[in-house]
Structure formats: C-alpha cells, structure tokens
Design a protein around this ligand. Structure first.
Ligand SMILES: Nc1ncnc2c1ncn2[C@@H]1O[C@H](COP(=O)(O)OP(=O)(O)OP(=O)(O)O)[C@@H](O)[C@H]1O
Ligand SMILES: [Mg+2]
Length: 313
C-alpha cells in the first residue's frame, strides 16, 4: 500500500493550562495540564493512521521538546523521520480561565531551520519518496526557511512520481500554487487573504476556488467551517454540507478534513466520495475534539448525514 507522508515544517508542543481565574500579577495554580504534539502534519498523520492507513511524520524538531514529540508520536503508533535542528522546538502556551472560558495564548516563533538543516531534509525526502506515495505539506515555515520551500519540495515530489498536497497560508501558499500542487486546502481566511475575494456568498466561494485553479492548483478543497467544503478538480465540483452538530472544537478540524481527503484519494475514490470522506473526518473530529482510534465507523456514520450538491466549476 502507498504511504501518506506528512511534513511539519514548524511543529510545536501545545501546552494547555486550566486555571480557575486569570488574574494579572499573581501566581496562578493550574487545575489541569495537557500537552499536545501540535504539528499540523501530525494531525493529518493521526487522522490517516486512525483510518487504518500507513503514515510517516517528517519535519524538523530540536532539543528536549523534539525528543518528547518523537517519543509521544511513537507511543501513538505514528512513525517519524525527523531532521534535528540545533534550537529547541517551540512550546506554545494556552492559559484557559475556567470561570469565563476566555484564554491567553502565546505562540513562539519556533527554532531556526538553517540552510544545512534544509539541505539535510531535501536529502531525506529524496531518499524516502516512492512513486505513488502521497505527501502532505502543512502549516507555517520555520524562521530561516525561504517562502518557496514548499514549492521546491512539490517539484521534487512530482519529479519522483509522488502526489503533493499543500495546506499553508500567505506567500508559502502562493508560491506553492505556482508549481501545480495536486491539492490545496485553504480555509476561508486563507482564501480571502490570497484571492482578495470577500467570500460573502456561495458565488464568491466558487470564484475563490477558481482563483486557486488559476494560480496553479490542480484540485482545490476550500473548507468553510460549519458550511463544509467545496472540492473541485476543474472538471467536477462538489459542495458538501455537514449536518448541524454540537461542536466541541473546530481547531484542528481542517487537518482532520485534509487527512480524510488524502486518505480517500490514496484509495482511488471518485471526487464526490473524496469530498465526503474529508467532511466526514473533519466534522467527526469537531464533534469530539478528536477521532476515535478506529475512526472509520464514526466517519462513515457522519457521511450518511451529509448533504451533497454538484456545482458548476
Ligand atoms: N461548526 C462546524 N460544524 C460542522 N462541521 C464543522 C464545523 N466546523 C468545522 N467543521 C468541519 O471541519 C472542516 C474544516 O473546518 P475549517 O474550515 O474550520 O478548517 P480550518 O480553519 O483549516 O481548521 P484548522 O486549520 O484549525 O485545522 C469543515 O469542512 C467541516 O467538515
Ligand atoms: Mg487549516
């Protein structure tokens, strides 16, 4: 079977601290502490692994935090192949006020990935890539990386006969589109930023999808939060509307959606089913803040409740 390989260029440990109240200039006592291995690529690997497909998580990690991530993912059954960098992988801190539900979130920029680490990664990719494999490039780039790093990887993957999906934003997304990725997955904010389209109506959404095709993307998955997904390959186009559900969290739902899409593509499913597996995975994730370890039944149950509409691309 083909492997779904993910690239997390700027991973993090997300540290969640629950406190009874956020009070400035005082020592706060945490009532609950959670750590999450938070590369967006890790979320995609976790999704495809829970759908029963072989995966490998790659990217850059450093220091003790990097070791914790490698060990933590291995404990989850997700194999990794990282390039080590000199600095420490960042820890992003989220302090949640239990009384109000409001929070303070502090993100670090991340460890620098210098030219030598970038070259080591390109050598690693060249060694790992197999024709027919599916690669997913996710999230922001680390300090020190050029904006066209993902674009360069996509060209390398295509030259080796692998599939390349891109989920990033800003200049990295624009540069990536130019080299004809097989799939891009913008959300509403990323699509607004890149196309200048306000995305105020269904017509706008379709125009934004076409703007991504014009920029070079072969398939466009525009995720619309509670309004689901538009998926287009330039010939066929589908809108998939999830049912009304009680959402636990939507953070990371886009990564689950992307995992579902790529899993279905790796199984050779037709575009309409690809779109359904994407929204099924994204919305099943949003219900519970995670997918069950054996995720197929939950995703399949959600797919039964989708409203599927063909659109004119
Ligand atoms: N309120 C919701 N109700 C039902 N499904 C939802 C809701 N919010 C998100 N989803 C599901 O998750 C998918 C992705 O959501 P969204 O467009 O918010 O992704 P995103 O912004 O890329 O998320 P992230 O980057 O945090 O992973 C949607 O297409 C849908 O399937
Ligand atoms: Mg996203």
């Amino acid at each position: 079977m083909n492997t779904i390989v993910t690239v997390s260029a700027n991973p993090a440990i997300d540290l969640f601290l629950d406190v009874p109240r956020i009070v400035m200039d005082e020592v706060l006592r945490a009532t609950d502490v959670r750590r999450v291995w938070a590369g967006k690529g890790f979320n995609v690997s976790r999704t495809v692994s829970r759908l029963g497909h072989p995966t490998l998580a790659t990217g850059f990690v450093g220091g003790y935090a990097g070791m914790a991530i490698s060990t933590g993912l291995a404990e989850e059954g997700i194999p990794t192949d990282f390039v080590r960098v000199d600095g420490e992988t960042r820890t992003n801190v989220m302090i949640v006020d239990a009384a109000t539900g409001r929070h303070i979130k502090v993100n670090q920029p991340g460890a620098t990935v210098d030219v030598a680490a970038q070259a080591a990664f390109v050598a690693r990719v060249t060694h790992l890539v197999q024709p027919g494999d599916f690669w997913v490039l996710s999230g922001s780039l680390s300090p020190g990386m050029p904006a066209d790093f993902y674009a360069m990887l996509i060209e390398l993957l295509h030259a080796r006969g692998a599939f390349a999906a891109l989920d990033s934003s800003g200049v990295a997304l624009r540069a990536g589109c130019a080299v004809r990725p097989d799939l891009v997955k913008p959300n509403i904010a990323e699509a607004r930023e890149l196309t200048g389209n306000p995305l105020a109506s269904p017509d706008d959404a379709l125009q934004a999808v076409n703007a991504f095709h014009a920029a070079g993307a072969r398939r466009v998955a525009l995720s619309l939060g509670a309004d689901g997904l538009i998926l287009s390959d330039g010939n066929e186009c589908w809108h998939i509307q999830p049912p009304q559900i009680a959402v636990r969290t939507a953070v990371g739902a886009g990564d689950a959606l992307l995992g579902g899409l790529v899993w279905a593509l790796a199984h050779g499913k037709p575009l309409r089913e690809v779109a359904s597996w994407g929204v099924g995975a994204g919305s099943a994730y949003a219900v519970a803040d995670q997918l069950p370890v054996d995720a197929k039944p939950a995703v399949a149950a959600l797919i039964e409740r989708l409203t599927i509409t063909p659109l004119k691309p």
